[in-house]
Write a protein that binds this ligand. Sequence first.
Ligand code: F6P
Length: 548
Amino acid sequence: MKDFPRCDATAAWAALGGHFEAHGRDLDLREAFARDPARFERFAFEAPELFCDLSKNRLDAATLHFLVDLARECGVEAQRDAMLAGEAINLTEGRAVLHTALRAPPGTAPFSDEVQATRETMLAFAEAVRARAEGGARPLRHVVNIGIGGSDLGPQMAVAALAPFAHPQLALHFVSNVDGHDIASVLGRVAPAETLFIVASKTFTTQETMANAATAKAWFLAGGGSDVAAHFVAATTNVEAAARFGITRTFGFRDWVGGRYSLWSSIGLPIAIAVGAAGFRELLAGAHAMDEHFARTPVEKNLPILLGLLDVWYRNFHGYTSRSVAPYHHGLKRLPAYLQQLEMESNGKRVDREGRELAYATSPVVWGEPGTNGQHAYFQMLHQGSETIPVEFILVKESDAQAGGDSAVREALARQQRMLLANGLAQSQALMLGRSTAEALAEQPQAPAGAAISAATLAAHRTFPGNRPSTTLVLERLTPRSLGALIALYEHRVFTAGAVWGIDSFDQWGVELGKGLGNALLARLEESGAAAGPLDGSTAGLLARLRP
Ligand code: F6P
């Protein structure tokens, strides 16, 4: 791939710096709306399956103009095209990055025949599992996915999100943590004869997954199970290691599928089992529609690119260190955790592609909880804390919540959906508008009985600075298709920010050091391995306390 200038050496970066000093830092959202009655329409964007309101962000037309220039100077489009064409853009691992090929129609992307064939085998198996839940002497009731990171978070998030579309007789469980409490709690609720285990690991070497799989196998055999091959399958690139474990049915994929981008591959087997082959195809179709938008829409209207650029604007010019995600749909409760890996493992880097230390910040911290729960936890800080944290609201217009056919219950649930949406809207409104001290005083609140506090002091506590930025994404309904589009939107947004920053968004060397040290300390805890070499004082002291 062609070299592009470092983002901080471009003319657009300098222009953005000047623009920030002159207009950006002090941009007041209330004034901006007062000045421009068309601000909402000006910053409204459409992409497949979703609408995005950027108008409550601290930007104006000039900001977008300079950000678009930045994308062009940094070669975001050329880097995107290189990724889609299968160039080895994951430089440090010498790999292509082709999760988009997993959702492309036949014949339109690299490795098409192989992708289609692998997917058909996986989907046929998913349908067979669903059929085994419906009949027979010993029907299947439970599917336990054993994996971690990308082999857990994506499928787990999607299965939760698509619960209303899931097979009613099959319970999906996810085990990831090496902490035995995780698998023990699942094994306590299932029986060997009615359980299918999926060992999901790209490498089939990950410590946590191997330990949990071994425990599951021991439990299965101890509980009277004998046919490991019938109750354990694998999703992996390492067929030989799976075979050594005793697994004969393996669903493969290639090394050009990154772990955190792998839910579209065989790693998506739990999703396919939950929602069926047709549902899984819908998920892929939604993602592909977003891929097409990303590949073909001019930067000015290209939503994933604009969101990635907004991340750069906030991180590098405003200096915001984190972004909060607030999905107002309980099914998206695992979305923040999924996005943490997607964004922070991808863009949490401190050197550029050539290994030179960066002079600018990269990934923000990404965190959040579903609305309205977050409102009763940390929204206090978002509204009145000393830092500004941009918030991303995800609103889903229609609800699929059901609890039987009773009309009174249906109306109660419909009202709850209206309450949910009103809450989401109110939070973004409150963040932007705030409440001035004059307004707080004018409300003349009564001091609590017995509190020795003046009206002015109380008003200071009840003042909200406002002007706190937020983005609102709106989906009509959370379906396999719209979920696919939403996830692909985030994938390409992360790509865009990484492309501007000039980093390798597809490796993850940062998890290696801890893994190696963990193995060495395990040997010391078990006093089995070569306990060579001195330890630092803290680790030695803690080890002595923890040794059995
Ligand atoms: O945390 C590091 C990591 O390599 C992730 O990138 C990956 O998703 C996870 O471990 C699991 O890896 P595997 O699928 O090989 O078990």
